[in-house]
Design a protein around this ligand. Structure first.
Ligand code: AP5
Ligand code: MG
Length: 196
């Protein structure tokens, strides 16, 4: 079973992923995390990635799909996965369809986390004080929000059209959001595989 979590910066994709992977027993694949790992390699590729991330800009589709394809080739991803942060554009959505089709599988659910932007900015500014992510500056947060609105939000209509969209309010506590996510997934034949 393959699920993607879509949402603006700070909407809780990472927070919900750690709960969902435990509950559903499928591994997490975050393109942001993969890029931050690649950024620490110290290669020329790392410097190019760091520039894009720190400016709040998307990295190239080619690099993203190289990383995703490599990860999906690992045996632990054979039973499915929880994608976090990909696709982020309509072209990535089409590339993901092609990649999954070539592997004989498909996307089952696109869970979209929705919350007012002001609340999300506050979450990210609070995280900046504790985690020190280099893209959690006010300017870069603003740019990431714009990119979400321009490039990623159109995916909601795309997945609605494909009947894969599960809209969830990301307001309230992480546990409240988690219960909402589970309640939108359960009607779609998850009962046999959902743990607990
Ligand atoms: P990525 O790492 O994916 O960052 P993002 O999308 O900006 O989202 P965040 O990770 O900041 O937020 P989140 O939704 O995961 O929320 P979280 O759970 O952490 O991508 C980073 C960059 O990599 C991109 O800008 C781009 O440059 C590049 N990139 C990645 N994927 C790409 C792709 N496919 N194509 C091209 N480029 C790509 O929560 C945030 C904070 O809020 C935390 O402190 C958390 O504790 C708190 N929080 C969470 N939920 C709640 C809640 N319900 N109530 C209160 N606080 C909460
Ligand atoms: Mg994240």
């Amino acid at each position: 079973m393959i699920i993607t979590l879509i949402g603006p910066p700070g909407s809780g994709k990472g927070t919900q992923s750690s709960r969902l992977t435990k509950q559903l027993g499928i591994p997490h694949l975050s393109t942001g995390e993969l890029l931050r790992e690649a950024k620490r390699e110290g290669s020329s590729r790392s410097r190019a990635i760091a520039e894009r991330i720190d400016a709040g800009q998307l990295v190239s589709d080619e690099l993203i799909f190289e990383l995703v394809d490599e990860r999906l080739s690992s045996p632990m991803y054979q039973a499915g996965c929880l994608l976090d942060g990909v696709p982020r554009t309509l072209s990535q959505a089409r590339m993901l369809n092609d990649l999954l089709r070539a592997r004989g599988t498909k996307l089952d659910h696109a869970v979209a986390l929705i919350a007012p932007q002001e609340d999300l900015v506050q979450r990210l500014l609070a995280r900046a004080l504790t985690e020190g992510r280099t893209d959690d500056t006010p300017e870069t947060i603003n740019r990431r929000m714009q990119i979400y609105d321009w490039e990623t939000a159109p995916l909601l209509d795309y997945y609605r059209l494909h009947k894969l969209l599960r809209l969830v309010s990301a307001e309230g506590t992480p546990d409240e959001v988690f219960h909402r996510v589970m309640s939108v997934l359960q009607p779609h034949c998850w009962c046999a595989t959902v743990r607990g």
